[in-house]
Unconditional design. Structure first.
Length: 208
């Protein structure tokens, strides 16, 4: 069994909460369990219920390159997303390939762990990029969407670094999904956050 020092070697210590609100994007249908959680791919967290979707660079949650590697091709159940989203700001944790591990304050002990799984244990994640609109945005006069689904995406954005007040909605023509994306955001003493580091997608109810 690994010691605490071995488990935390080269691991970043983060503060809660993390991934707050993403559970609301996930599906709840037991017949489609692959939607009942979030998938990590290409350094981004993805969640959808087939009606709305988010794709967010893990760096916006303060996760470093090593953390991205640990999470690659992992699946996080929605129940775990709820738990790590409820962590308090004075709760510290680290991430490895097995999950999120809370560190007991003032000690070198793990107080609790939340597991994550290889995506292969849950099946193949849908090709979500296939529904992502491409090309230049197209102006349309009217579109109908679920206000609640848009609020779900905005609620996630509220808990992501620099993103909350830097969002725009792009339309791509009739019957096409709408994209919610961040503007490029300058960061003092750091690289800017590029446009699209935070992406939300809304399937239209009807577009005229």
């Amino acid at each position: 069994m690994k010691t605490f020092a071995e488990m935390t070697e080269k691991k970043q210590i983060l503060q809660g909460p993390i991934f707050k609100g993403i559970d609301k994007i996930c599906g709840k249908d037991d017949l489609r369990p692959i939607f009942k959680g979030a998938y990590i791919t290409e350094g981004k967290i993805v969640a959808t219920d087939a009606h709305h979707l988010i794709e967010i660079d893990l760096a916006l949650f303060g996760i470093d390159t090593e953390g991205k590697k640990d999470l690659e091709n992992k699946f996080i159940d929605s129940d775990i997303l709820i738990e790590v989203g409820k962590l308090k700001k004075d709760q510290y944790f680290f991430i490895n390939g097995e999950g999120f591990h809370l560190v007991r304050s003032g000690t070198s002990k793990i107080s609790r762990s939340y597991p994550i799984y290889d995506i292969s244990e849950h099946g193949n994640y849908p090709n979500y990029k296939g529904v992502m609109p491409t090309g230049e945005p197209v102006a349309i006069d009217t579109f109908n969407i679920s206000a609640q689904l848009l609020l779900n995406i905005q609620n996630v954005a509220k808990h992501v670094l620099f993103i909350d007040e830097n969002l725009k909605i792009n339309t791509y023509g009739q019957h096409k999904a709408l994209l919610v994306k961040n503007f490029e955001v300058p960061v003092k003493d750091g690289d800017p956050i590029l446009e699209g580091a935070f992406t939300g997608l809304l399937m239209p109810k009807q577009i005229k």
